[in-house]
Design a protein around this ligand. Structure first.
Ligand SMILES: Cc1cc2nc3c(=O)[nH]c(=O)nc-3n(C[C@H](O)[C@H](O)[C@H](O)COP(=O)(O)OP(=O)(O)OC[C@H]3O[C@@H](n4cnc5c(N)ncnc54)[C@H](O)[C@@H]3O)c2cc1C
Length: 290
């Protein structure tokens, strides 16, 4: 029998889970520019291990690193310590390694969201002042691509109109920095993003969540794929935030339409139920009831 999730009284019916953006070819790319697999294999795990181990060792960091590099410390043991430290939230240890991505063909809608991340991440983005776009390209959301012909035609016409006007303005000598005001959010752009592992895990936690907007969610699926290719171990930490938390903390998922993890209301409800049962049996759980 499947247990019904505990839902607050009067809460709305389940909404549907957003479609996986991976099903559509969006024409965007994320490429890991640095490091390559060799560097990750040789240095990344030993370096993070050294940062973790330094906290608990009398040895100097260079000695710890030397032991990690030459195999005196079993790589499996290094990974085990790193896993425990990450799980415990000691995040500074993973700020010592960085990943640089080339991101291309994403919309300005996406880039506006991406650059909201501030801590531990650097961006450089294609300029709409200095680049004269001869053939600016755009992103079409699947809902619009699959909409009825009339709506889709009007969307295409609107986009073509904006880009056409841009071309005419530039042709007439209007500077690119002013002509760009007619560009739609759908306009594609390129960025380089460098981020330390802590920030990358944090961003992935938010952006791989099914509550994230489809395009940025797809970008982080591609990013996770790239990190996995150089290190399945480090890539395994890139997951929706509910995975390491063990519960979902998104208010918009109180109806639990996304089933990856139970909502925290459900978890707290189950805990309160357990506390009540323990109390009725004459035992107190060592926490206060909510
Ligand atoms: C599903 C979703 C919907 C969103 N909707 C909106 C929206 O409607 N409107 C909108 O404006 N934004 C929206 N955002 C953006 C969101 O509010 C954040 O700005 C964005 O996700 C960046 O995350 P962050 O704040 O964790 O920043 P990061 O820079 O990634 O910071 C990482 C962490 O460092 C710490 N930190 C960073 N800077 C500071 C600081 N100055 N002081 C203290 N601690 C700090 C925080 O713990 C923070 O979580 C949305 C994001 C998501 C994922």
């Amino acid at each position: 029998m499947t247990a019904e999730p505990l839902r607050p009284p009067g809460s709305p019916e389940r909404s549907s889970i957003p479609r996986n953006p991976g099903r559509h070819e969006l024409g965007m790319r994320a490429t890991l520019l640095f490091p390559d697999r060799e560097i990750v294999d040789r240095y990344y795990v030993p370096l993070i291990y050294t940062a973790c181990r330094t906290c608990y060792s009398e040895l100097d960091p260079d000695e710890i690193m030397a032991r990690a590099l030459d195999g005196r410390v079993d790589p499996a043991k290094q990974r085990e310590l790193i896993g425990r430290v990450i799980e415990s939230g000691h995040g500074s240890t993973i700020e010592h390694v960085v990943f640089s991505f080339g991101i291309s063909g994403v919309s300005r809608t996406l880039s506006h969201q991406l650059v909201r991340h501030r801590a531990g991440v650097a961006f450089d983005q294609q300029s709409q002042r200095y680049v004269k776009f001869k053939g600016a390209s755009t992103m079409t959301p699947a809902t619009i691509a699959e909409a009825d012909d009339d709506l889709r035609d009007r969307f295409d016409e609107h986009i073509r109109g904006g880009l056409g006007l841009y071309g005419d303005l530039v042709e007439a000598g209007i500077p690119g920095e002013d002509a760009r005001f007619v560009f739609p959010n759908a306009t594609r752009t390129n960025l380089v993003m460098t981020t330390n592992l802590r920030a990358l895990i944090h961003m992935s936690g938010l952006r791989l969540c099914t509550m994230a907007q489809w395009e940025i969610r797809r970008l982080f699926q591609l990013i996770r794929h790239e990190v996995f290719a150089v290190s399945p171990f480090l890539g395994s930490f890139l997951a929706p935030k509910c995975v390491p938390l063990g519960y979902c903390d998104e208010a918009g998922n109180r109806d639990e339409h996304c089933p990856i993890r139970p909502h925290k209301d459900t978890v707290l409800g189950a805990w309160a139920e357990k506390a009540r049962a323990a109390k009725a049996a004459g035992r107190d759980l060592p926490i206060a009831e909510g």
